[in-house]
Design a protein around this ligand. Structure first.
Ligand SMILES: C[S@@+](CC[C@H](N)C(=O)[O-])C[C@H]1O[C@@H](n2cnc3c(N)ncnc32)[C@H](O)[C@@H]1O
Length: 228
């Protein structure tokens, strides 16, 4: 695993934690809420399990605002301590772990639902993380991933969105948070990320069956996969 990448990313998120939620709302024109609600609606379509929900790369814990209420145990895991501090204040009922997706400190087959929003792009070793997801999920457990993918260059609207994400967002994010480097990283990480079809293959190589892979504008995908 690339530990220097991991420490760089942790440092970045620690530095922007106090403005992270606000920046998300402004930079996405409020769309972030719709993307999360969409993720949760899809989860409800595929599972009505209760039990244990694990939000990986939970950051400030935003997913817990929108995801199904009815789980007996809610767990969040993230390596950025400052993000977790905010999460703990927002969601005292959730058990938060300072840790990484590549080494989840939970037992085999112990989780009913894993959610990950805007986290996979940041993983230092994606394949290791996917094998961990497989290991901790129970049989028929669901994995739900929400993620940005590289912008398609088709319609005029797509071109405008790509210009916004790749060229303007680093400056706007920098102005809102005072950290230009962090938002340059965000744009770069989207531009250089794998394509959705590659992620589907990677999930399936790790034993997860992709049930749905749906796109909302602009190139934000929700993947629902199952451990069979
Ligand atoms: C863009 S934020 C997303 C936070 C949250 N899921 C959300 O939707 O607002 C990415 C998060 O990934 C976390 N992260 C980075 N590397 C990670 C890893 N290897 N394992 C787990 N989380 C990681 C960061 O600390 C950061 O909180």
């Amino acid at each position: 695993m690339d530990r220097s990448k991991l420490f760089r990313i942790i440092n970045t998120f620690n530095k922007i934690s106090d403005r992270y939620i606000l920046a998300n709302h402004i930079l996405s024109f409020g769309q972030d809420v719709c993307w999360r609600k969409n993720l949760c609606q899809l989860v409800e379509k595929y599972t009505n399990r209760k039990g244990v929900i694990l939000d990986v790369a939970c950051g400030t814990g935003e997913n817990f605002k929108y995801c199904p209420e009815n789980f007996d145990k809610k767990i969040g895991i993230d390596p950025a301590r400052n993000m977790l501090e905010i999460a703990k204040k927002q969601f005292p009922e959730v058990f938060f772990i300072e840790g990484i997706a590549e080494e989840i400190p939970l037992k085999n087959s112990s989780v009913d639902l894993i959610t990950v929003s805007f986290g996979v792009r940041n993983f230092s070793d994606r394949k290791k993380a996917f094998s961990e997801f497989y290991r901790v999920l129970k049989k028929d457990g669901i994995l739900a991933i929400l993620e940005f993918f590289p912008m398609e260059n088709g319609t005029l609207l797509n071109k405008i969105a790509a210009k916004y994400i790749y060229d303007f967002l680093p400056y706007l994010g920098g102005i809102i948070t005072g950290n230009f480097k962090a938002y340059k990283y965000l744009s770069k990480s989207i531009k250089n990320f794998i394509l959705p079809e590659v992620m589907k293959l990677e999930l399936e190589k790790n034993g997860l069956t992709v049930l749905e892979n749906s796109k909302t504008f602009p190139d934000v995908y929700t993947f629902i996969a199952k451990k069979s």
